[in-house]
Structure formats: C-alpha cells, structure tokens
Design a protein around this ligand. Structure first.
Ligand SMILES: [Zn+2]
Length: 365
C-alpha cells in the first residue's frame, strides 16, 4: 500500500547519481517466484549501477513476501535511498533509470483505483469501504434500530385496538427512514475524512434510491455507480464488483473528459492538446487535469535553469536564457510536475481521439 506521503516523497526526490525504478508484475500468471526473479535479473541487465541492482535483487531474495499483484521499487544507493511498495493492482513490468523516481505507472494506479468510497446499505445499517490502489479496506459500519416485522397474530380480530397492521407498517417505515438518514450522515463523514472523489452504492434498488435521495447534491454528483448487493456479501465479492463497476465508470468519465478538452482546445477556451502546447501550460502552472494516452512518451528538452520543457531544440530558454538538456521522456516530466503542483493526471486507455494527439490538459484559467 502506498500512501499520499510516500508519493509526495517520491515526487520530491531527485539525484544526479540516478535513481533506479523497477515495476514488477507478480501475478501468478506471470510465473512463480523463481521465474520472476530470473526475469528481473534480465530486466536489470541494462542498469549500470551495481549497488542499485544488488539492492533490488537483495530485496527480492530476503524481504519480499510475494503477496499482492505487483511491486514498485525505487533505489538510489548513492543517496542511501530504497523504497519498495507491494501493490494490490497489477502493473506492466519495466525498468527505468533517471534523475527521479519514475512515477507515471503509480499516477495511473491512483487515477484508476484511488479515492473510491463504497457503501453497502440496507434498511438497518451500512458498511463502508475505501477502495485504494486495488485494495478494498473495510473501514466502518453503522447499525441503526432493528426493523421489526412483528407478527400481529390475532391483532386484527381485536376491534378498536390502536395501531394494528397499518400502524406497524408506518412505524417500520419511519425506522427505516431514520436508519438510512443516519447512514447517510455517517457515510458523508467517512467520505470527507478519506477524501473520497467517487462513490459506489450497493443494495436493493429501493434502499439505494432512498440513500441517494438523502445525499446532499455535491455528494450525489460523485456517485459513479450503483449495484444490487446484499449486506452480508463476502469481502472478495464486494472487491470484484467494485473493480468492475469502477472501471466501467472510469472509462466513461475519461471519454467525456477527452471530448471536453478537445472541444475547449479547438475554441481556445480552457483546454490544450498536443505535446508542445501542453508542456507550455505545465510550465505556466495552469494545468488542472493532465490527460495522457497510455504508453505515450516522447523525448524532449528541459531547461537547466527553470525546468521549462519543450520538444523543440532551442539554443537558449525563452524564459530564463539558460541552455537545455536532452531528456528521454518529456511526458513523464510533465506528469511529475502536474502531480507535484496538486493537479490530477489521467492515463487514458484506447481512446481513438486522444491517440492522434497523445496528450492534453484541462486548464485552471
Ligand atoms: Zn529556462
């Protein structure tokens, strides 16, 4: 599990001695531990620092527990820096060497599997989960007053008795309404504490509808999916369903975002597309949400003075007059900068409109 703090540390770390970043997919389909270690050795052949290579291999020999679906490792032996993060979501295996930890795959995981709150609701209570980086963590539950379905045997035959069956029903409805209202308040506190940005609700149609109707508008707009599910559902099943619905919702949201950015870029109003325009916006600190086609990368130049990124080979920087250094992947640098400044990064899969452009951004102003 990787926390916000871990991520900020990685974003802030840099070393002229170079940092080794390793992502290894450890799903059972990829092979057993021995096969994976062999693959890792061959992946590490391109790495020139023997200390970093040894640190990674040593971790797999002695410290890795072979749980989870992948591992992200960052090593800079020259600075005595080593971090390993077993992850519950899978990533593509790859090795990178550079001045910074390579974070684009982590950005993608956070985007696809970060910030989900999941609520299971019934007439009496709720179970609350946080879905983070492919892991589902059950946080809290709330249980209201039991909804009694008292058998009123013989009651209807007693004339003049107050209440009767109709009264009992009204009473049950009031209890349910109160329970659901309490569950909503409880859930909102949970969403706020965990900075939830997307909400999934499971339960019967009726209970889900009632829960939604009590949610304030701002929270209603964050609901990305609902699904039928019983309160006693096993953890693994909740996880499987959450991932499935979450990913569907994510693809729809991405498609809408890409369309919105392309439209606003065409009108020159709040959006940019293509690498050079996007890099300029990143430099000016105007990017609110960066969208990147999965797998897109491009070499470029970075100003040695002010970090300005460009794809054009310029003699001197238009901002500060210094010279440029050639860099392997300007896209990765843009991702880092946007994450560091608190913007969002969306890695977009299989979107034909974005494939032609590679990258774009929604601007703050
Ligand atoms: Zn400059």
């Amino acid at each position: 599990m990787i926390t916000d703090r871990d991520l900020q540390e990685l974003l802030g770390f840099s070393s002229p001695e170079t940092v080794l970043s390793v992502y290894l997919n450890t799903e059972p389909l990829e092979g057993n531990a021995e096969t994976l270690k062999l693959r890792l050795r061959s992946m590490l052949e391109v790495v020139s620092s023997p200390e970093d290579k040894a640190a990674v291999l040593n971790y797999f020999e002695h410290a890795h527990e072979w749980k989870g679906r992948s591992v992200a490792i960052f090593s800079c032996a020259a600075r005595d820096f080593f971090r390993a993060f077993p992850l519950a979501a899978s990533v593509r295996s790859q090795v990178r060497v550079g001045e910074h930890p390579y974070v684009k795959p982590l950005a993608d995981l956070l985007d696809s599997f970060g910030g989900y709150g999941v609520v299971l609701i019934d007439k009496q209570g709720a179970r609350l989960f946080l879905f983070q980086l492919g892991e589902l963590i059950e946080q809290e539950g709330i249980l209201g007053e039991a909804v009694r379905h008292t058998k009123r045997g013989g009651a209807s035959s007693v004339h003049g008795q107050r209440g009767g069956t109709a009264g009992q029903t009204r009473y049950s409805e009031a209890v349910v309404d109160r329970n659901i209202k309490e569950a909503v308040e409880f859930a909102i506190r949970f969403f706020e504490e965990n900075r939830v940005r997307r909400i999934l609700i499971g339960g019967t149609d009726g209970n889900v509808a009632q829960f939604r109707s009590h949610l304030p508008k701002a929270w209603q707009s964050l609901v990305v999916g609902t699904f039928p599910m019983s309160m006693t559902t096993k953890h693994t099943e909740v996880l499987a369903r959450t991932m499935e619905i979450g990913q569907q919702a994510e693809r729809h949201r991405e498609a809408r975002l890409v369309d919105a950015i392309i439209t606003s870029a065409a009108k020159d109003a709040g959006g940019v597309v293509r690498l050079d325009e996007t890099l300029s916006a990143v430099h000016e600190g105007r990017v609110q949400t960066l969208i990147v086609q999965e797998g897109y990368r491009s070499a470029g130049y970075q100003c040695k003075g002010c970090d300005y990124l460009t794809t054009q080979k310029l003699a001197t920087c238009p901002f500060c007059g210094q010279g440029f250094a050639e860099i392997e992947d300007a896209v990765e640098m843009a991702v880092r900068k946007v994450m560091q400044s608190g913007g969002d990064v969306e890695i977009v899969y299989a979107n034909p409109s974005l494939e032609k452009l590679g990258i774009g951004a929604l601007l703050r102003y």
